[in-house]
Each structure stands twice: as C-alpha cells, then as structure tokens.
Write a protein that binds this ligand. Sequence first.
Ligand code: NAD
Length: 358
Amino acid sequence: MTRSFTYQALPMRVVFGAGALAKLPDEVAALGLGRVLVLCSPEQEETGQRVAAALGERSAGVLAEARMHVPIEVARRARELAAELGADGCVAVGGGSAVGLGKAIALEHGLPVIAVPTTYAGSEMTPVWGLTEGGQKRTGRDVRVLPRSVLYDPELTVTLPPGLSATSGMNAIAHAVEGLYAPDATPIVSLMAEEGTRALAAALPRVVTDGSDLEARAEAQYGAWLCGAVLAATTMSLHHKLCHTLGGTLDLPHAQTHTVVLPHALGFNQPAAPQAVAALSRALGGVADPARELWELAGRWGAPRSLAELGMAEADIPRIAELAVASPYANPRPVSREAVESLLRAAWAGEPPSPLRN
Ligand code: NAD
C-alpha cells in the first residue's frame, strides 16, 4: 500500500528541562500578559504559591481548587475570580485537573493558558476540554483551550508518589498505544508514540525506586510530553472509551483505571494492529506480546492490576459494557458487547490479558 495521510500540526511552544520554572516570568511576558491567575489542586497549594512568588507582580493570585473532571461549580468560581481580579491569563500548575481548570476558563473567556505539568497525564498538549455537570462529563475540542506555552520542569515531579508516578506513566503510554493504531495515525506521530513509550518504560522503574532521581524524572517527562502530543493528534479508541465510561459512571480514579484497562484493551486489539504491535515491541525491548508486557510491568511497579482493587463492583460489568458499545467509535478490531464484557471481567479480576496468537 502506498503512503497516504493528512497531518495537522498544533501551534505549541515547549520549554523543557530541570529548572525550567525559572523561565516562567519570561514566558508570561513573551505572551504580553501582566496579571495571571495561578491554578492548582488543594494538595499542591504550596507549589502554586511558589509559582506565584516567582511571578512577582505578574501574579494576580492563586486558586487552589482544581478537582478531577472539572466540576462546573469549580469552573464557574474560577471564571468569576479571573474576571474579578482582572486576570489576563492563567498559569495551571499540576496534573490534568489543574490544566483542565485553566481550559475551562479559556473556553469561556478566551484567556491564554500557560501549563506547568507535574504528572504524566498529557492534557497540556491537547485542545480537549472537559466539564462535569450533574454527574455527566461533557468533552469537546477547541483550539482556544490549547495551552500557548508548556513548561516541563522535572524538578516539580520529584514529589509525585511512586504509585501515581507508575499509573500516570501508564496513562501516558495508553495515549501512545491508541495513537499507533488510530485511524488518523501519521508517520511523525507514530514515531513520537514509539519513542514516548520507550522513554517511559525505561525511566519508570527508576522513578518508582527513587523518586528523586532527576535524570529518570526528566526521561519520564520527556516520554509524557511525546505521548501527550500523540493524544492531541489522533483519535482514541476502545481503551479511552472504556476508561472514560468507567471514570464517568463509577468515579474510578483516572490514572489507575488506565493502568488496569490498558493491557486488556491492547490485548483485544493486537491481532488487528500488527504495526502497533511491532512498534510497541521495539519500544518495550523486543517483547513478543506488548499487552502482556504492560501487565507484567504494572505488577513490577506495584500498580493496581484489577478493577476490583479500584472499588468497582462485579455487578457493574454488564452496564459498563453496554454503555461502552452504545455509540460507535473508531477501533482497529470490531467491538461487540460480549467481547467488551469478557475483557472487563478479566480486568476486574486482575487476570493477564488474552495471549497474542499469530
Ligand atoms: P490530577 O491532576 O487530578 O492529580 C492527581 C493528584 O496528584 C492531585 O491530588 C494532585 O494535586 C497531585 N499531584 C499532581 N502532581 C503532583 C506532584 N508532582 N507531586 C505531588 N502531588 C502531585 O491527576 P491527573 O491524572 O494528572 O489528571 C487527571 C484529570 O485530567 C482527569 O480529570 C482527566 O480526565 C484529565 N485529563 C484530560 C486530558 C485532556 O486532554 N483533556 C488528558 C489527560 C487527562
């Protein structure tokens, strides 16, 4: 088959490296911003205050109320506060929750967002926003919410606990996996997916053993950047659909759910995605069955491997399977309710993914 693809680059500026936070005032000034609101989670208020102090008079204040899945009440409060303080931009410091709050403000007021990510979730690279109202999460794509500038400073990730480092890293690898078999995969994005997976798989064992290993942290964050860029550039499939459904319906924790589901979703898709299997095999050191390897790695890194461990009741499996097939979406292998239910049963029980047979 001859090559054929469409590639759309996103306008994105990335400043990467240990100590990059010191360049934040310059980034704010380069965007012509004079009063930025700093956003973070309550648990990271100290980091938020440090960032505000580094910004000096360019900081309008700190809002330490970011929450998973951006509840609409929090988004409204942040939008009001930004207007009250006369903020002309936001700096989101933290994981996907803080970045998501910045995006919620940008969506309504068009304020530019600068992101300073401290997990490996990847939201900072995407134009995808999410808002949760009345237990329902809505998501959409809008280039206005894409951060104008992203500062990756591995020094800010040394406090990420081993458990969350491992699961957040798997969350990033999940973007790469689905990017490799996406209907809109392109050569440059596939290179990023393979290299991102390689970097994360190499760095995470060291990160989990010694969270203060700055070299390993930098390598993991480099991988997370690449995987986030893959998420932004491609259409996600069964795995992300399942995690979205599990998170939205049962409120399961984001990164942990990705970690448990990924080997099973990949295991299901592997027979229909030989190029993805080849790329992942190279990225994971020449293994024959990448899905099985991801399951083994999760175990070695002390990450959860069953949905039961995350608090899901077995009785919820049929409902989630039903919801996950209710509307059509791209997937390399046709998806049936029965297949999803059996995949979920294995993930719930913590069994290994089904073996890859050639
Ligand atoms: P999170 O942002 O909720 O962070 C999890 C916890 O870790 C929080 O308590 C946070 O304060 C803490 N934390 C973060 N960095 C830390 C650090 N360096 N040291 C110590 N503690 C730290 O979790 P997440 O997994 O990064 O993000 C999940 C959210 O992001 C979900 O709502 C998900 O839907 C969204 N998301 C969106 C996109 C997108 O493209 N729109 C992509 C990925 C994730």
